[in-house]
Design a protein around this ligand. Sequence first.
Ligand code: APR
Length: 483
Amino acid sequence: MAVTSRTQVGIVGAGPAGLLLSHLLTLAGIDSVLVENRSRAYCEARQRAGMLETGTVELLRSAGVGKRLDAEGIEHDGIYLQFAGERHNLNFRELTGGRTVTIYAQPEIVKDLIARRLADGGAVEFSASDVAVSGITEDRPLLSYTDESGVAHQVSCDVIAGCDGFHGICRPLIPDISVYERSYPFAWLGILADAAPATDELIYSRHEDGFALYSMRSHAVSRLYLQVPPGEPLENWPDDRIWAELNRRFKVNGSDWSVSEGRITDKSVTPMRSFVAAPMRHGRLFLAGDAAHIVPPTGAKGLNLALSDVVVLANALRAALAHADWDLADAYSDTCLDRVWRATHFSWWMTSMLHVNPEADGFDRQLIAQPAQIRDVIAGGGAFPGRELHRLQARPLRPVTALPRWPRPPAYRALEAVFSRLPPAAGDRRLSLVTRHRPLCFPAGPRPTGRWSPVPSLVARHKPPRSSVQAPAGPLAREGLAR
Ligand code: APR
């Protein structure tokens, strides 16, 4: 006989998407149960992405889970791009009016979020089996699973969030879902090494024998990648061969610069894939993160996109479940897919430019390698990385004007009335004074012209359902509000 219970949101998957969603919902006073089929230790050790956009850093801070990120994350002003043995620096901060990237590994974000969920008394079930979802077109979909000790559970929910990654069980529940996919004819051999990085910023190198990426996890740990054929056996790559190949692909003309070597602690081959499934919602089931889309890692967009979905979803669920307003939920799939397709295009473009495609014909090779394009890229001009990368960050997560409203205290309403009469620039400046006491929204869209409407955030709505949850003192989403 199964143990039955009730929650508002049943979440499948404790990756960054599922964990952040359950945390944001808690801040919004919405109850959730999160079910994960792997152990906590497995989730915390899984090696994945590590480059966070400015908006993602702001989001994690605003949600009160940015303390270790601020202490240990490494902020980079830009990247190096290398073509034909020439290395060029691309300064994002200068090109994009102050935006940067921060190196902070995904396992660390997962550890931070798990620690916070458990400290807040969140319902998180690791090592669950027989996880299943049913009734997604009814008002009370069911999340069922067997817990670690063998007890079966059935949780009646208002909605289900499928945050269960590419191989999860939720996406196949959407009938007639459209899938758009591209498999690339190459893969990445990735290593993790105990070696202080020999570079201050990431190096993306296009060599005639294949792409190489120099990145890092910390000041003492390097993360390096080599383009290899898909399905390449790891046995073909003893450590000595890896270091020699890395040094060859990163060689700078006329320089004796070299990769710093150390003990290799992890080695894996990752296929390269672009994948988008649409729509991202059916009935009471919402997909978020890798469950709905995958980008090749070249553009470092996967984790950032997943967390963008989660902000949109948390806002939509708050409006639907706390205010019976389903407009944002109805717009959820379109809102996310707009950004997803932009990032998918960017990632495809960057991947095509930097890799050597063994299937390319002479025409393709000329298109990719023509000097004018490369000059454009290196200059951060029309074509790309600096501006493009960050234009993506700047894209709205949601329009401010579309947010739900609820009664605000009189003092707040009075200030709001004053602000709405101020010209936008003055309004912006004064806004920060108010928000110190009453934090507003997470990264949002451009400020509407003319009358401006401040909207309290998830953080401001914070009503701890269980006990010890602290509302973060976090800063405002500067991007959303200052724009
Ligand atoms: N039941 C419960 N949990 C499941 C099930 C299932 N049937 N299937 C998968 N999961 C879990 C996985 O074990 C994993 O912990 O769902 C989680 C999905 O997490 P991720 O794959 O990390 O996906 P997501 O949270 O969307 O993270 C965003 O984007 O590009 C990437 O590196 C980036 O992994 C990051 C991802």
